[in-house]
Write a protein that binds this ligand. Sequence first.
Ligand code: OAD
Length: 233
Amino acid sequence: MTKKLKLVVSTGAGISAESGISTFRDADGLWENYPVMDVASADGFARNPVLVHNFYNERRQALAAVAPNNAHLLLHKLEDYFDVYVITQNVDDLHERAGSSKILHLHGELAKLRALDNESLTFKVDYKTKSTPETVIDGHRVRPHIVFFQEAVPMFEPAVELVRQADIFVIIGTSLVVYPAAALLNYVRAGVPVYYIDPKPSRVPQGVTVIRKTATEGMAELYDLLLKRYGNE
Ligand code: OAD
């Protein structure tokens, strides 16, 4: 049997838009009516930890009411033909629920809390969990497992490693403005095909094939194209 090609996919808020989760840039600097820097920065968390805990409690609870869409599902289906790795900036769990097996979360996960005294220690929690600055799990005070602005992105290096090994690179629904995530593209090897699905890309990097469609329409098109072009290799 021939080895499957390595398909590395970088996803952003746009892939979850059709599941009913709002994107960031489409909301004028507000995230669910809060200024982004109040709820998604280290300064904001230090200033008002109760507000930030509550904000992510609400986002976590909202996950119960949404479901993966066909774009998430097709990425899972591509595992029949390719060695698929998903690198996501999203903190939702829709790739997991669609069945993708290899997922790297660059910006953390709503479904987890993290020890304040040990950033590599995370705890899976259910959607109903309401954390506060006083919450203790296994003897540790916890915070949302979210990478805030002004913080390092510990999963960036492992993500770069994956991108360096990609035979095909796909970008879906990200504005490519938040760094370091936006820089992943720089690590694609020369000659590797790059596809970018976004109905309104804010910038189109050179050498990238753009599919100007929503995630579900674009993925349906790309799925067929990938199978036709590379499916038998
Ligand atoms: P953005 O909100 O910046 O960009 C979303 C992209 O999705 C835009 O380019 C839209 O055109 C596109 N889009 C909208 N609807 C779509 C659809 N139905 N199908 C496909 N694409 C669609 O989101 P991100 O690039 O993910 O960070 O934002 C990056 C980071 O900024 C987030 O992870 C978050 C935020 O602050 C943290 O929380 C740390």
